[in-house]
Design a protein around this ligand. Structure first.
Ligand SMILES: NC(=O)c1ccc[n+]([C@@H]2O[C@H](COP(=O)([O-])OP(=O)(O)OC[C@H]3O[C@@H](n4cnc5c(N)ncnc54)[C@H](O)[C@@H]3O)[C@@H](O)[C@H]2O)c1
Length: 448
């Protein structure tokens, strides 16, 4: 029996369907978050349908291919054998028992939340909602989004209401943040506890049952806003601590102290210290963006989030610091940056991944070009780089041959495939923003 039929006990029915693996799972947004989640449900033998407005992604997946480097095509094909398929047809939402929303939540040009992907998704699914269905938002966002934005749009576009109590009839809504750490293979996805806040107790119980089927531990909290805030706290904690070491890196450079050595020593303390590392600036879809979702929301409460703003200021300044250090190093060699040839190593925002969203490499390349440098890049994950939301580079990956033709080689992303000793040996000047050359002694390295 489907949840389409009004049922006096949706929890019992959904639990049964979860147990016998007949609950149909719909995942909206098949990107870095949604696709692995879809595969996880498929691995657990659930029938999964992925929804995406990007026709190229839908076509690639239905053809048994992958567009994310760390997801092998074979994983997609294995999921297909268990019934996974992708579509852009929202009418299929009606057949789902559970709908998980994993669409982007970027900032607009004014550094304010851009919820358009969430609101468009809500409008698209609303006409197909039916009683007993569970809708969960996974996209990172400010506290209040689920109840103030998502639920009203779902209710406006459907003839149903969000059910808040056991006696209510309608669809159920919850928020559960994604805690994916791309490139981190030390923790299996199912071992990462899943925080969940429901719009009412029934939605919470349903969502815990759904996620409990694939995650080892669920962490129920009192409301969607508490779950939304939990995700932001985690990311703001990282953002602020990274800003702290980024600032200290600049002080340590003046004091001629190696901050990386200091961090390694400090982290031997068995309590009360967690190591964060400085770098050329923040990257990725989360840490540079999410804190500003909270700053924006805080204004509604006449409150300024000063830690977030200060951390943002320090972190946003890091690519400029790297440029200043490069100019100084070239100056020591009687070279102006204007007219110099620079090779930037690594485009991805962090090592060993194929994601360049908000990458500091993009900012650094643009700053170098603006200052008259002739810039090339190398990254094993990107054969070309074209145009994105915040950049327009149109470059082709250079080779790692003849490194001495460059006035400086800049390590911006410390991919593990690079042979750093060889790079230092063959380059005239190496600007190392990641401590990738740790242990290599040479007078052509400038660590910054
Ligand atoms: N990438 C990460 O490591 C990470 C980690 C934790 C949380 N998050 C959060 O998860 C959310 C998704 O991030 P992501 O990295 O997977 O983004 P992504 O850009 O990789 O994927 C999003 C997908 O959603 C699709 N999409 C957009 N609008 C749609 C619509 N109306 N209907 C159907 N599909 C639509 C896009 O085509 C794209 O394929 C964001 O809120 C992000 O902040 C991301």
């Amino acid at each position: 029996m489907s949840l389409l039929v009004a049922t006096p006990n949706p929890i019992a029915e959904t639990k049964q369907r979860l147990e016998d693996r007949t609950a149909r799972i719909g995942i909206i947004g098949l990107g870095y978050v949604g696709l692995p989640l879809a595969l996880l449900f498929a691995e657990e033998r659930f029938p999964v349908t992925g929804f995406d407005i990007d026709a190229a992604k839908v076509e690639a997946l239905n053809g048994g291919g992958s567009y994310i480097v760390r997801i092998a095509a074979e994983e997609i094909r294995a999921a297909q054998r268990r019934g996974f398929l992708a579509t852009s047809d929202y009418s299929q939402i009606a057949a789902m028992d559970v709908v998980l929303i994993c669409v982007p939540t970027p900032l607009n040009d004014y550094h304010e939340p851009d919820l358009s992907y969430v609101t468009e998704t809500a409008k698209s699914i609303a006409p197909w909602l039916r009683e007993g269905q569970l809708v969960v938002l996974e996209s990172t966002t400010y506290p209040g989004t689920t109840e103030e934005v998502l639920v009203p749009l779902l209710e406006a576009g459907s003839s149903l209401r969000a059910a808040r109590e056991a006696a209510d009839r309608g669809f159920y809504v919850a928020f559960s943040p994604e805690r994916e750490d791309p490139g981190n293979d030390t923790v299996a996805r199912r071992d990462i506890p899943k925080v969940i806040g429901g719009v009412g107790p029934v939605a919470l119980e349903l969502a815990c049952a759904v996620y409990g089927a694939i995650f080892k531990r669920t962490v129920p909290v009192s409301s969607p806003a508490a779950a939304e805030m939990t995700k932001l706290l985690e990311n703001i904690y990282r953002c602020v601590n990274i800003a702290l070491v980024n600032e200290l890196k600049q002080l340590c450079q003046r004091m001629e102290i190696d901050l990386f050595e200091v961090i390694d020593a400090a982290k031997t303390k068995p309590f009360g210290f967690q190591a964060f590392y400085p770098g050329p600036g923040l990257g990725g879809h989360c840490i540079p963006i999410d804190p500003f979702y909270l700053s924006w929301k805080a204004k509604q409460f006449d409150f300024r989030t000063r830690f977030i703003e200060l951390a943002g200021e320090v972190n946003i300044g890091m690519p400029y610091y790297v440029i200043d250090r490069t100019i100084a190093a070239l100056n020591d060699r009687r070279k102006p940056l204007n007219g110099s040839k620079i090779l930037v190593l690594g485009l991805a925002y962090k090592r060993d991944i194929d994601d360049l969203r908000e990458s500091p490499s993009l900012t650094i390349i643009e700053l170098l070009r603006e200052r008259g440098a002739s810039v090339a890049y190398h990254d094993p994950y990107f054969a070309t780089v074209g145009r994105g939301r915040h950049y327009d580079l149109n470059m082709v990956c250079a080779t790692l041959e003849d490194l001495d033709k460059y006035d400086a080689v800049m390590i911006v992303t410390d991919h593990t495939s690079y042979d750093y000793a060889k790079i230092v040996g063959e380059s005239r000047l190496v600007i190392d923003t990641r401590n990738a050359t740790k242990g290599i002694v040479a007078d052509n390295i400038v660590r910054c």
